[in-house]
Every structure is written in structure tokens, then in C-alpha cells.
Design a protein around this ligand. Structure first.
Ligand code: FES
Ligand code: FES
Length: 158
């Protein structure tokens, strides 16, 4: 398998990496950049644990080849906090106890962030739809939905 030098922007920083063509964005994030907040679950696009934002849209990093990223910007869970302050969705998850084992949590938060960026006041049904690709084995869905509503209500305040 051939290798090439790739430049990808992750969390606002450009990175140059040497990667074989068949490596996924998930592998590069975790193994080359040390961004292990993005979780390695099923590896086949079914669990949502590897969700990241690419140009603000949620994607499954296990299904994206690193060489496909190109000029698009990648945001991982580590990139959501601004100036050391957690994203409002992260805060709400903590306050509502929306993480149990926590394995699904980064992906849930990434998908929730993308939802609120496009729809600041989602209904419960819209939250469920947005998070349908993110599986939680701990069955903590009610608290997760509550947390998204809480984050939305806070962000809506002037
Ligand atoms: S690890 Fe990517 S969807 Fe499960
Ligand atoms: S909190 Fe354990 S998988 Fe969701």
C-alpha cells in the first residue's frame, strides 16, 4: 500500500502526517494525533462512537479515509471546548448525568452539537432523529435527550 504525506486541519491546527492510503480518519486521529476522545467502536459505521465534525457536519470517522479529508476542517470532541471552557452540550451532559460508561458520549456530544448548530430549539423527536446513529449500550437515552434540551435552552438565552 502506498504512503503519502497528508495535511489535515484538526481542531484549528494543521497537521502533516505520513499515511498509507487505506487508513481511516479515525485511525489517524487516535494513533497519529493522540486524539483518543473519538472512540473506536464497531469500525463499520453502525455505532456512532467515532463521530466527528467535518466542515461542521457530523461524519463517522471510521468510514472516512484520511486522504478523503482534503481541505475540510475536522473537529473532534477535544476541539469543542473553547479557551478551556466546555461546550454547553458537554456541560449539560455532565449536569444531567447523561454519561454512564461514557464510551458513546463523545459521539453523542458531537452529533448533538451539530444538531444545535443547525436547529437551536429541537423537539424531542428531532433530537432522537439526530442521535439515531449514536448507540448507547448503557441505555441512557432519556438523560441524553434531557441534556440536549438543557443545552438548547441555555444557548437560546440572550
Ligand atoms: S466506530 Fe465508527 S460507527 Fe462505530
Ligand atoms: S454511556 Fe455507556 S455506551 Fe453510552
Amino acid at each position: 500500500m502506498s504512503e503519502r504525506v497528508l495535511t489535515i486541519e484538526v481542531n484549528g491546527e494543521p497537521h502533516r502526517i505520513l499515511s498509507s492510503d487505506n487508513r481511516t480518519l479515525l485511525e489517524v486521529l487516535r494513533e497519529d494525533l493522540g486524539l483518543t476522545g473519538t472512540k473506536h467502536g464497531c469500525d463499520v459505521g453502525e455505532c456512532g462512537a467515532c463521530s466527528v465534525l467535518m466542515d461542521g457536519q457530523p461524519v463517522l470517522a471510521c468510514l472516512v479515509l484520511a486522504l478523503q479529508v482534503g481541505d475540510r476542517t475536522v473537529t473532534t470532541i477535544e476541539g469543542l471546548a473553547a479557551d478551556g471552557n466546555p461546550d454547553p452540550v458537554q456541560k449539560a451532559f455532565a449536569e444531567r448525568g447523561a454519561a454512564q460508561c461514557g464510551y458513546c458520549t463523545p459521539g453523542m456530544i458531537i452529533s448533538s452539537r451539530a444538531l444545535l448548530d443547525g436547529n437551536p430549539d429541537p423537539s424531542t423527536e428531532e433530537i432522537n432523529t439526530a442521535l439515531a446513529g449514536n448507540l448507547c449500550r448503557c441505555t441512557g437515552y432519556n438523560k441524553i435527550v434531557e441534556a440536549v434540551h438543557l443545552a438548547a435552552s441555555r444557548e437560546a438565552r440572550p
